[in-house]
Design a binder for this molecule. Structure first.
Ligand SMILES: [Zn+2]
Length: 259
């Protein structure tokens, strides 16, 4: 019997917590290898670091419903594990490989999903799409709107802070130090628009230690954390440079993927 066709389900996810990766986050020590992970102290034999990911939360419901063994997650880009994904969420396609059942009630499944996981992940209604959608999403280059919580080494000068609102910055970013070992050292021309800048009042201070908040819109592929700190001179026109004080991103939310 020929195996049934793969099912492609498109939706958007909102990630409301800061400790959940988009896809399976393999242990950097044992790489999740079946034999090596058994003795791995880093992950305690699990082969991955956090227990869950958006991909796995979905797969745990979708795969049994479709009686499938394998699912693949295709996101339109991704955010770092500690970054929330808010607004209308990020588009993705979940690929159910070789399902042995069809006619799954996707809306009932989604309701159940929200009952169990809605406090950390919410999803739009699923749409069955053609396979081509995966490539389209992978190639799409969307601008993004972020809210950045920033901590400083000293108080920023209000006279330098106020004129930042509305500024459009051209930034030539070199590949960040934290990823240069796997991405290659390049300079990329990007754009950052500062939509809002505000110092947090006493009492607004959060556990992350942010002293100010910035809303920015960035071109696809901009490294936001590095734009804040300047990344040791690799990201010129940084926020730290504009304010003349060392700055670092202590929390980050994607407010909107601008598709
Ligand atoms: Zn491990």
């Amino acid at each position: 019997m020929p195996s049934p066709p793969t099912v492609y389900l498109e939706s958007r996810y909102r990630k409301l917590v800061r400790d959940l990766p988009q896809t399976i986050f393999f242990c950097p020590e044992c790489k999740g290898d079946r034999r090596r992970r058994a003795a791995c102290a880093k992950c305690g034999g699990r082969g991955k670091l956090p227990d869950d990911s958006v991909q796995e939360l979905l797969g745990r419901r979708l795969l049994p419903a479709f009686r499938a063994r394998t699912g693949k997650f295709h996101g339109a880009g991704r955010e770092d594990v500690d970054v929330r994904m808010l607004g209308r969420g990020r588009p993705f396609v979940f690929e159910v490989v070789a399902p042995r059942r069809d006619g799954v009630d996707l809306e009932a499944l989604r309701e159940r999903f929200h009952g169990e996981e809605g406090h950390r992940v919410q999803i739009d209604p699923f749409l069955v799409v053609a396979r081509e959608r995966v490539a389209q999403l992978k190639e799409a280059q969307f601008d993004k709107r972020y809210r950045i919580g920033v901590a400083f080494d000293g108080p920023p000068d209000p006279a330098r802070l106020a004129p930042l609102e509305g500024r459009v910055l051209q930034v030539a970013q070199r590949t960040p130090q934290r990823v240069v070992h796997r991405r290659g050292d390049l300079v990329r021309e990007r754009r950052v628009t500062i939509l809002a800048a505000r110092v947090l009042e006493v009492g607004e201070a959060d556990e992350a230690g942010a002293a100010a908040e910035f809303d920015v819109e960035t071109a696809h592929g901009t490294y936001v954390k590095e734009w804040v700190s300047g990344d040791g001179g690799r990201s010129p026109n940084s926020l730290a440079e504009l304010l003349g004080v060392a700055a670092r991103c202590v929390r980050l939310d994607v407010l909107e993927v601008l598709d």
